[in-house]
Design a protein around this ligand. Sequence first.
Ligand code: NAD
Ligand code: MG
Length: 405
Amino acid sequence: MKKVLILGSTGSIGTQALEIIRNNKDKFRAVGLTGRSRIDVLLAQIREFEPEAVCVGNEEDAKRVKAEFPKVDVHFGESGLVEIASMDCDIVLNALMGISGLAPTYEAISRGRDIALANKETLVAGGEIVTKLCKEKGVKLLPVDSEHSAIFQCLEGNGGSACGRAYAEPETDGIKRDIRRILLTASGGPFRGRTIDEMRNVTIEQALNHPNWSMGSKITIDSATMMNKGLEVIEARWLFDVPADKIDVHVHPESIVHSMVEFMDGSVIAQMGLPDMKIPIGLALDYPSRLNLLPEFSGKNRETDGSLDFFTKGSNLTFEQADRKTFKCLDIAYAAINEGGSAPVVMNGANEELVAMFLAGRIGFTDIADTIERVMGKSSFASPADVKEILEIDKESRRMARELV
Ligand code: NAD
Ligand code: MG
């Protein structure tokens, strides 16, 4: 029985993880849950899963939870997330949104807990110190992001990868299979093929209308600007210890091939499946096993049994180059990781602030990329020493972004 702490249990990833736990009660138990908004959803989750500890956004909500569940250990706020991250468990699923995921993840790793990581911003802002601590503590960092789960699977049995196995067992099995490049796939988002002018006046609803995935609003806007892919390049750089110039983005509108790895002998290994986050969430939670998410194969209902059918949904797989001139967030992210130091922290902080402003109707869609560029132009990028310094740089970058719009 694996004891799972879910940070961000009321979100898109969090609720799908609980669905997996509900259907696999013999394997997992949710010992901790957290949610900042949608408190009624969280209360229902506490009723159903009976966790030992909970974290909410503020003191008022904490009192509400305590009144209904006096036996539950209740935390609140930013400090509460770090407190709950230190609780006894086997694995922490980080499904928080944005930089809020960094401090609790760092705390959980320092306690030796394995991490199932959905929250890519943790690695964008803290990649260097987080992966260093994982190596020191022998902690597994198992990717939940679908592309990174794909790369992780492509690397299994092929010399291993920096995350998962290798962080837990630095002496891998001695296989030498050099990676030539990582082919990171991207759907292209709702505005694929448009010009910058055509994107200037798009509405919030249009930007939230992702063609293939249903996700939280921040990552959905990141997908529309393609900053999501930029964040994922940086995430892959740290998870797999591969330089950014060996990570090559391929737009693949069908979202069936979740990413690929090309080896030095010319062989390319891909991982495929229908776009369903339960696959990577399940693998990260159950690793190295795989869950049974499909019915037994009968050959009869292949189009409707929930599997990937290559005669229908998988029959036409296409790839195109990313338009990095139009979707300049991708270039900004490559420049940030090449610059190093705090550049990715500054970029990430500005992006988070600007996406929130766009979602609040305060700026236009193309202002997001334009303003990040200006914040980057005005910043210097000394390396942050610890989580505290990263969070200070994040704050300053948000302040600059607000000032510049
Ligand atoms: P979401 O917005 O649906 O859920 C976020 C969760 O975190 C909620 O429980 C929310 O209450 C909580 N939260 C948000 N801000 C918080 C804060 N400041 N303090 C405390 N709690 C806070 O987001 P999501 O779509 O589930 O995404 C979560 C993470 O997973 C993101 O980093 C995202 O990039 C990544 N991810 C998501 C998907 C997906 O399909 N949704 C796919 C790949 C990666
Ligand atoms: Mg992804």
